[in-house]
Design a protein around this ligand. Structure first.
Ligand SMILES: Nc1ncnc2c1ncn2[C@@H]1O[C@H](COP(=O)(O)OP(=O)(O)OP(=O)(O)O)[C@@H](O)[C@H]1O
Length: 612
């Protein structure tokens, strides 16, 4: 890049009223490492310029984007509360910008629809309290990782484009906007839309929609009245079995935290299913795999009452309440014919021989050519996924930091055991994700669905198993021993941020960022303080260890396999995290608490930058 000092001096020459910038001295380097020598700069550790923060300085004149674009390390520009006039500067000149802050100036005019087109790194856009007119530029709604958009107190008019970004917070108050509030913004605070002519959630219903709805309801009611007799007759004519099946559907409700669907109908479903097994496989039997458990037979399962736990990528899972013993889980697998019967039996025996406090034991299996059942223990506290992502009651606390740390340590130990015991498998786990981390009554983690890659049909595995969402597979169609490490990294980031990775797995679809972009946006931005799950309590003094874990997660998610750590290193680093406050170095970052408002992180280091 061009000499940044010279470029900054040139940039300054197009500004008026630069009394606050007198220490911009061409003979002194702008940055000494991450400490700025010149006022209003944010510096990277390597001494390059990360951003300009020229706020409240009475500046006016021209923001010379061509000159700033010569400083290729620039990622954020703030000119809040100055006296700049004219149209929006051409931001596309600095494509990788992550933040642009122009609120409280006198900018005016229409902003071109494409003004933000392709700025895929842009996360924060603040244009509030100016005099912009015309439509909200549609390209803003297409920014994949936008989280903060402030357009309040301008004169934007017309309808709001369809914003659909996850985690986006907007403020459109006091403009001249009208029409429906788009679906993707229904969860925003109502005050963000005040002072416009908008309708629909979170504001009151739109009149037209109400009329339409009323008409629909009246028409539907008349049609229903006419058809009522026919429907009644049909009901009477239905067979008893059909009625039962309808009940099954009706009675299903949303899962609770332990993912159980409480309904008697499910019992019938499971028993019918298992009876089918018995009939079609010559009275085939359940192959029990453990010597450390009391044995049970298929008949015991048939007699058990059962709840549906849920349906995953392979089939449904049921919780079966056997008489006089703890409940077990029966999971149906439809796509498990990758190997012949003998090989399948051998592989099940191998998995059934594994024993570790952090592995959900495989108790038994049932074999049929195109469908298999695997029987495991039931985990009392459901899955990690449900604790992170299912909506809680207000009185239910989220998982605190100490519990999350205990869980990730257990996960690491379980993986370590799999790597030691299944050295011949290239993917000893293969399907590591938060719904396959189950929690016992004391919130100890138990890994499930491990070691199954060899028996799952290849096409199905590649379509649905987590390991095949890794960058090495999506890009180069191969997996390695480090692929499980990538899954571990995603799990770590999910636990720390509370975000659901599946939302990011549909690569590039619907304007969503692909998973890689999401991971990068989590770890590379200067918002480390914001990144942690707000529902994670007990973080006081734990920030240093949380940051260390974030860094481990990032190392595990490294796209470049050569740079990604291996399982051994990941496990050792996780085990090295301190659990107790009085441990030495526990609160290594805590003392810096008040001095920063945001933090930046690069591949090898965390760095802190003062922005306010
Ligand atoms: N042994 C178990 N104890 C308690 N809950 C379980 C158990 N096994 C599965 N569950 C829960 O039941 C639900 C359905 O699980 P299932 O394994 O069928 O699908 P999944 O994990 O969501 O997806 P996949 O099939 O890709 O693994 C999940 O929420 C899971 O966490």
């Amino acid at each position: 890049q061009q000499d940044p000092a010279a470029q900054l001096i040139k940039f300054k020459s197009s500004l008026n009223n630069t009394g606050d910038l007198t220490n911009w001295d061409p003979n002194v380097p702008p940055c000494a490492g991450e400490s700025p020598n010149w006022k209003g700069l944010i510096c990277n550790k390597d001494g390059s310029v990360f951003g300009l923060q020229l706020q409240n300085m009475g500046l006016s004149g021209t923001i010379d984007m061509d000159t700033l674009a010569q400083i290729t390390s620039i990622r954020t520009l703030s000119f809040i509360n100055n006296s700049f006039e004219g149209t929006l500067p051409n931001l596309l000149k600095i494509g990788p910008l992550r933040g642009i802050f122009l609120s409280y100036n006198k900018f005016s005019g229409v902003i071109d629809g494409d003004a933000f087109k392709g700025m895929s790194s842009l996360r924060k856009v603040e244009l509030g309290n100016n005099n912009f007119v015309g439509k909200i530029p549609i390209s803003l709604s297409q920014l994949p990782i936008l989280v903060d958009l402030q357009l309040q107190d301008n004169q934007f008019e017309g309808e709001i484009p369809d914003f659909e970004q996850n985690d986006l917070k907007v403020n459109f108050a006091n403009n001249k906007l009208d029409g429906h509030i788009p679906k993707g913004l229904r969860n925003q605070d109502p005050s963000s839309f005040a002072g416009n002519d908008l309708c629909g959630k979170p504001l009151s219903n739109c009149k037209k929609t109400l009329n339409k709805k009323l008409i629909i309801i009246i028409v539907a009611a008349s049609v229903l009245a006419v058809l009522a007799i026919i429907i009644m007759t049909l009901f009477i004519l239905r067979t008893r079995k059909t009625r039962k099946n309808k009940n099954i559907k009706r009675q299903l409700t949303k899962p609770d935290r332990k993912n159980t669907y409480k309904t008697n109908a499910n019992e019938i479903q499971m028993q019918t299913k298992l009876e089918t097994y018995k009939r079609t496989d010559n009275g085939g039997k359940l192959h029990f795999l453990r010597t450390d458990r009391e044995r049970f037979e298929l008949e015991d399962l048939l007699r058990a009452s059962a709840d549906v736990l849920g349906s995953g990528s392979f089939g449904s899972s049921y919780k079966a309440m056997l008489a006089d013993r703890p409940p077990v889980v029966v999971k149906r697998f439809k796509e498990m014919s990758n190997v012949g019967k003998e090989e399948f039996y051998a592989h099940m025996r191998l998995l059934g021989s594994l024993s570790h406090p952090n592995l959900l034991p495989l108790l038994a299996f049932y074999y049929k050519k195109d469908e298999k059942l695997l029987v495991t223990d039931f985990a009392e506290n459901g899955s990690l996924a449900s604790h992170l992502h299912v909506k809680r009651r207000p009185d239910e606390p989220g998982l605190d930091w100490a519990t999350r740390l205990k869980i990730i340590k257990g996960v690491a130990q379980g993986l370590d055991h799999l790597y030691n015991e299944l050295p011949r498998l290239s993917l000893p786990h293969g399907h590591l994700k938060s719904s396959n981390v189950l929690l016992d009554d004391e919130f100890n983690p138990l890994l499930s669905d491990y070691g199954l890659v060899p028996v799952i049909n290849k096409e199905h595995a590649q379509h649905l198993m987590v390991a095949y969402k890794s960058p090495e597979f999506t890009q180069h169609k191969h997996t390695t021993k480090k692929t499980d490490v990538w899954c571990l990294g995603i799990l770590i980031l999910e636990m720390l941020t509370g975000k659901f990775p599946a939302n990011y797995l549909e690569q590039g679809k619907g304007g969503k960022p692909d998973l890689g972009t999401w991971v990068n946006s989590v770890v590379r931005e200067e918002w480390t303080g914001e990144v942690f799950d707000k529902d994670m309590k007990g973080t006081k003094n734990g920030e240093g260890e949380m940051l260390k874990l974030l860094k481990i997660g990032m190392r595990c998610c490294e796209w470049d396999i050569a740079r990604r750590c291996d399982m051994r290193e990941a496990v050792e680093k996780i085990q090295g995290l301190k659990e107790r406050e009085d441990d030495e170095e526990y609160s290594s970052y805590a003392s810096e608490g008040d001095g920063y408002s945001s933090r930046a992180m690069d591949d090898d280091n965390f760095s802190f930058s003062v922005t306010n």
